[in-house]
Design a binder for this molecule. Structure first.
Ligand code: NAD
Length: 277
């Protein structure tokens, strides 16, 4: 049986857990440390933070308190929009590492493309430098559409290893996922539960009932069976365990197709084309 320890192999050979904990909107340090330590004890091996979340210190502290080796935990952070550009990104990365209290990071992402500011290619050069200097094991992007990735390709010497995007049954990112697969880029879903918005959808409640699982587990299993890496967020210990308990059932092809058919393009977050500040 597959477990929480399962990894995907990035195009540079680095192994990245397919499942992890998102920590957006956990401002309270004590609550954050407790939730993250609990997740690690449950078996989670990936924590997704960002400088925007203002909890990188909490993540570093939780990793140290967990009793698991730093090397066995995969930590992602992201450069925020106001730090884009070559020099500013290098400085922002040092601050991130300081806050985490680490001497390297596992994955560093450009948080948003901000296409109208035309800075992501310079920002990417900084990520390439950090990667070449071995300060980060893998580099990638977040919220990049195909046109942004095509633009990045014109100057990049290393292609992104990961693209973290909003992805759930209402926004299944099929075209972008196909493009990323062709280009060796792993897709990771943010808001994989659409922040709770789909828990009453009939198709999902029926499938959940048939498997004696929760809708959250069905949605996360759908990610897993599609090869989408996923990072549900919770600070609730029971839900942290529940979300990870997806390795003991299988959705049929018909059920996968039913969930795919829920796509309607609806987002919970901003459109990457529109966010430019
Ligand atoms: P999510 O879809 O993971 O939903 C989280 C919310 O769902 C929780 O706050 C909780 O209220 C509820 N929940 C979680 N598990 C549940 C369960 N089992 N039963 C009932 N309710 C449950 O949304 P998210 O936090 O937006 O996304 C996950 C992570 O993705 C974030 O924490 C963050 O790390 C990352 N993220 C990245 C970006 C980006 O731009 N790159 C944007 C948003 C989020």
């Amino acid at each position: 049986m597959m477990t929480l320890r399962e990894t995907a192999v990035l195009h540079n050979g680095v192994k990245m857990p397919v499942f992890g904990l998102g920590v957006y909107k956990i401002p309270d340090e004590q609550q954050g440390v407790e939730a993250i330590v609990h997740a690690i004890k449950t078996g989670y091996r990936l924590i997704d933070t960002a400088s925007l979340y203002d909890n990188e210190q909490t993540v570093g502290e939780a990793v140290r308190q967990s009793g698991v080796d730093r090397a066995d935990i995969f930590v992602t952070s992201k450069v925020w929009n106001t730090d884009q550009g070559y020099e500013a990104t290098l400085t922002a990365f040092d601050t991130t590492l300081d806050k985490l209290g680490f001497d390297y990071l596992d994955l560093y992402l450009i948080h948003w493309p901000m296409p109208k500011t035309d800075k992501f290619k310079d920002t990417w050069r900084a990520l390439e430098k950090l990667y070449q200097d071995k300060k980060v094991r893998a580099i990638g992007v977040s919220n990049f559409n195909i046109n942004h990735l095509e633009d990045l390709k014109t100057t990049a010497t290393i292609l992104p290893m990961v693209n973290q995007v909003e992805c759930h049954p209402h926004l299944n990112q099929q075209t972008l996922r196909d493009y990323c697969e062709t280009n060796g880029i792993k897709v990771q879903a943010w808001s994989p539960l659409k922040r709770g918005d789909l828990f009453e959808v009939d198709t999902l409640t029926q499938i959940a009932k048939a498997h004696q699982k929760t809708v959250a587990q069905v949605m996360l299993r759908w990610d897993y069976q599609h090869g989408i890496l996923t990072i549900p967020k919770s600070v609730n210990k029971g839900r942290i365990e529940e979300n990870a308990n997806i390795f003991d059932f299988v959705l049929s092809e018909a059920e996968m197709n039913q969930i795919d058919a829920l796509h309607n393009g609806d987002r919970t977050g901003p459109d990457p084309e529109e966010l430019n500040i």
